[in-house]
Structures are given as C-alpha cells and as structure tokens.
Ligand binder design. Structure first.
Ligand SMILES: NC(=O)c1ccc[n+]([C@@H]2O[C@H](COP(=O)([O-])OP(=O)(O)OC[C@H]3O[C@@H](n4cnc5c(N)ncnc54)[C@H](OP(=O)(O)O)[C@@H]3O)[C@@H](O)[C@H]2O)c1
Length: 316
C-alpha cells in the first residue's frame, strides 16, 4: 500500500539529534553503508550508527582522508568509491558483494552542490551523475544484499533544493546552458523520485526507501560558494556570522538516521521526510515540504527507466 505523504506525529523535530532518535535502539549485528560518511552530516551519521552498535561501511573517493576522519570511531571500515565513475561503482559493489554480507541500512548521503559546470562519463552533468546516477547504479548493484537480510532501508538524502527544478526531461545534461542551482535542483528531485520508485519495486521484498531534506547545516558542501554568494542568499553577514538558524551536524544527521532506524516508519516507505517527520506536499514558496513533481509516481517510473538506460544497470 502507498504511504500517505502526511505527518505521523513522530515526537521528534528540527532540533532532535541523531543520538536522540537512536535512544533505545540497538543496532548490534546490523550493517550500514553510508556514502559520504566521512564528512558533514554523513560523518555524524556514521558516528551515531556505530555508537548504537552498527558496523558501518564508508565508501570514499578520498579513502585516506576518510580513514583519518573516522579514526577513533569503532566498527567502521572505509573502501574506495567515486560516484561519478561507474567503473568505480561497479568495483566497489563487486568487492562488497564478494564479502557475502547483508545490508540492513543504506544511506546515500554523498553529494555535491552548485559546482561549476563539470562533465563526467559520456558528458553527463556532474551533479546529476554524482548525486543521482552514481547512487542509482550503486543501490541497483547492491540489490541482492539489500534483500537477503530481511529487507534493508534505503535512505536517499535530497534537499529543499529540489524545489528549484523538476527533472528536465528534454535537457537532462544542460546542453542548452548550465545553471548550477537548477542542476542541483534537478539532482535533488531525482533523489526523491528514486526513493519513490525504489520503494514501489522493493516493498514486496521488504526493501523500503525514503528521501529527505536534512535541514541547513554549515558543512564542506558549501565549498563551491564564495562568501559573497552566501551573503547575497542571506545565510551569513559580511563578517561570516550566520543570519539564519543552521542546524548542528548532530541535528542535521537526525532525519536520515531516523529514516534508517525508526520503528515508527516500519511498514512505510516511498515518502519524503523533513525534521524527523513525514513532510507535507506543498507548492508554496519558502514553505517546508515536498513539491508534487518530486513524488509523482509516473515521473519516478520514467526516471528509473532513463537511469537504467544511462547506467546500463537495473534490478533483476
Ligand atoms: N549541508 C546542508 O545544509 C544540506 C542541505 C540540504 C541537503 N544536504 C545534502 O546532504 C548530503 C550531505 O551533505 P553534507 O552537508 O554532509 O556535505 P559534505 O560535508 O560536503 O559531504 C558530502 C560527501 O559526499 C562526498 N562526495 C562528493 N562527491 C563524491 C563522489 N563523486 N564520490 C563519492 N563521494 C563523493 C564528499 O566526499 P569528498 O569530501 O571526497 O568530496 C563528502 O564526503 C548531500 O547529499 C547534500 O546534498 C545538505
């Protein structure tokens, strides 16, 4: 049955932390993969899941830096993965599958935001390729082990930035001219649609999927923005002092950790979350929630077909 895109009264909110949503939850014996689990909210996610007992696999394109970042966190292993390179995705998946381990939690937290125009693979726009196609290929290749442990939860980390753009069906690669925020918006809409269709395809096998906006958190994600642009967007003043209320990394990680582990979400899936709660659908500017186009089942199925064609991988 389709899960309604409506609040459920989780009891958590914008200031809840990853440790708070995990209180009383024992993840001993569970295996989690966290892409981007060595920076920003991904690193905090790794720390919180490991603290709750999970074994966490962190795929990283900068493995040496990742090992430094997770040093001291028990039960964490790092392996190499560049989401912008489908050969690298296949190699990581093959290595992981060869270990014969089941996956209980898969959190797709890695991402790049508003980078200068960059082309990867056969000329794909880098934000769509990294944030969406790389994760699409990764999850699809890992599918056998998402099923065998009794059904994993897959968490696709999107953003409020999805409101900036629907999928540009007639120009996915920005051949007609690049806009870094529209490209981020398209990629983040793709993250939402991916969860909608993955959940539809996976639910009979026990695999459930969620997408989410984590909130605004100052992390290395902003690396491609110069200070003047953050000032212009009203995030900080000229001295770098925050003008809006940012979440801490512990708060920013909470929604994806909640998505991955909350007993309240058992039997649910395919919905967009915000502030540790199922979000409402909205078309209002500057209101929280998810745009209708991002949770449209027909668009989700269409994007799946396009993504399978582009990456050359699909579910069995
Ligand atoms: N921070 C926010 O305010 C905010 C708001 C809305 C949504 N989000 C979403 O939250 C997620 C995490 O963001 P964050 O704030 O934690 O950012 P972050 O600190 O920059 O972390 C992003 C991670 O993704 C990794 N990554 C980037 N390109 C990759 C590639 N080609 N292959 C493998 N890994 C790659 C980065 O690795 P490297 O360090 O090696 O580049 C880094 O570990 C992103 O999906 C972002 O869109 C964040």
């Amino acid at each position: 049955m389709t899960t309604p895109q409506h609040k459920i009264g989780s009891g958590f909110g914008a200031t809840s932390t990853a440790d708070e949503v995990l209180a009383g939850i024992d993840l001993t014996g569970r295996l989690a993969i966290v892409t981007g689990g060595y920076s920003g909210i991904g690193l905090e996610t790794t720390r919180a899941l490991a603290k709750a007992g999970a074994h966490v696999v962190v795929p990283a394109r900068r493995a040496a830096s990742a090992r430094e970042a997770v040093a001291g966190i028990p039960n964490v292993e790092v392996d190499e993965l560049d989401l912008g390179d489908l050969d690298s995705v296949r190699a990581f998946a093959d290595r992981f599958l060869a270990t014969g381990r089941d996956i209980d939690i898969m959190i797709d937290s890695a991402g790049v935001m508003a980078c200068p125009e960059t082309r990867v693979g056969p000329g794909w726009e880098a934000q769509f390729a990294t944030n969406h196609l790389g994760h699409f290929a990764l999850v699809t290749r890992l599918w056998p082990r998402l099923v065998t442990g009794g059904g994993a939860r897959v968490v696709s980390v999107s953003s409020a930035g999805h409101r900036r753009s629907d999928i540009r069906w007639d120009d996915l690669t920005f051949a007609r001219g690049y806009d870094k925020w529209e490209a981020y918006g398209q990629a983040k809409t793709a993250n939402v649609l991916f969860a909608v269709e993955l959940d539809r395809r996976g639910r009979d096998a026990g695999v459930r999927a969620f997408s989410l906006h984590p909130g605004g958190i100052m992390t290395p994600l902003q690396r491609h923005l110069v200070r003047a642009e953050m000032v212009e967007r009203g995030w900080i003043d000229e001295d770098g002092t925050p003008l809006v209320e940012f979440k801490t990394p512990e708060q920013g990680a909470a929604t994806q950790v909640w998505a991955a582990t909350a007993p309240q979400l058992a039997g649910l899936g395919g919905v967009f979350l915000e502030d540790c709660e199922i979000a409402e659908v909205t078309t209002a500017d500057d209101a929280p929630g998810v745009r209708p186009y991002a949770v449209d089942p027909a668009s989700a199925a269409r994007l799946w077909t396009v993504s399978a064609e582009l990456t050359g991988v699909d579910l069995p």
